[in-house]
Design a protein around this ligand. Structure first.
Ligand code: AMP
Ligand code: MG
Length: 272
């Protein structure tokens, strides 16, 4: 049994400077693979119960952001952790290269419309952070434009939180060699090769630029209102149980409860 909650161990303290090289992506914080299946299964049962009440109560919107370099395990996290949730009430949005329509608006326009409603847990697979990540690495807008976005993102997230949304942001951390193995495995597996793009290798060549961009986003945009968690993600089993535990703790704090039964419904009704 780990001594501390992963929520406390993995949160980026607001105002602190993140150096990813100082974090071990294979760390498992005292958890063991042999116990992981059971731990994850229990975590998913807990999440399912919490979401059932959250949805029934229809009071709190929850936003979960997933970021990480290519092959860090964003899709796998959706598959293995968010599968605890009923699809009703758990919209997943994949943010791809913006369409022409999306490009004709400000960068938050396409994002805001997918923000969660009350009782929903909205999952962002990539997010508005791409606008300070890929956009920065590839100079898709001038530096003076992306530089301003950290504060804009904090302001926008704070507004959502002040209006009642709970925001949890997970950054999945793998190292360069783990990415190499995953790309190779993806390429070698006929059921996964479709996911492999030659462009992934070009992005891989920009590893250090991505690290710099991630570090600045994590350092500047982990706020009390909307903290980032850096999840050591070289081991899928640990990534899954860490995300499940943190999300469970965050949802638990909302104390979601089934609605009070309408007083016109009798306590001893037998339906014929
Ligand atoms: P994937 O997640 O592998 O399906 O790929 C989605 C691609 O869309 C990634 O290469 C992202 O970097 C890219 N993408 C997502 N958001 C943006 C954005 N705002 N501007 C440019 N590219 C983006
Ligand atoms: Mg990809």
């Amino acid at each position: 049994m780990a001594a501390h909650r992963l929520r406390d161990l993995l949160r980026v303290e607001p105002g602190s400077k993140v150096r990813l090289a100082a974090i071990d992506p294979s760390d498992t914080h005292g958890h063991n693979k042999s116990a992981a299946d059971k731990e994850l299964a229990d975590g998913l049962v807990r999440l399912a119960g919490l979401q059932d009440r959250l949805w029934a109560e229809a009071k709190h919107p929850v936003l979960v952001v997933l970021q990480g370099i290519d092959a860090a395990g964003k899709d796998g996290t959706v598959h293995h952790v968010m599968s605890a949730f009923s699809p009703q009430g758990c919209p997943v949005t994949d943010f791809k290269v913006p369409s022409a329509l999306e490009m004709s608006h400000d960068y938050l326009w396409r994002v805001h419309q997918h923000a969660p409603g009350k009782g929903e847990i909205a999952i962002f697979n990539r997010s508005h952070y791409e606008d300070v990540l890929v956009v920065r690495v590839h100079d898709l807008v001038p530096k003076m434009i992306w530089k301003q976005r950290y504060d804009q993102i904090n302001d926008w997230e704070r507004m959502l939180v002040e209006e009642g949304t709970t925001i949890v942001k997970f950054f999945l951390l793998i190292d360069r060699d783990e990415q190499r193995k995953r790309f190779q495995a993806r390429y070698d597996d006929p059921t996964k090769r479709w996911k492999f793009k030659m462009g992934d290798l070009a992005e891989r060549g920009l590893w250090d630029n991505y690290v710099a961009a991630f570090e600045e986003a994590l350092s500047r945009c982990s706020t009390a209102a909307a903290p980032w968690y850096v999840i050591p993600a070289n081991r899928n089993w640990f990534r899954n149980l860490a995300v499940a535990e943190i999300l469970g703790d965050v949802l638990d704090d909302l104390k979601p409860a089934y609605p009070v039964i309408d007083p016109s419904v009798p306590a001893d009704l037998v339906i014929e």
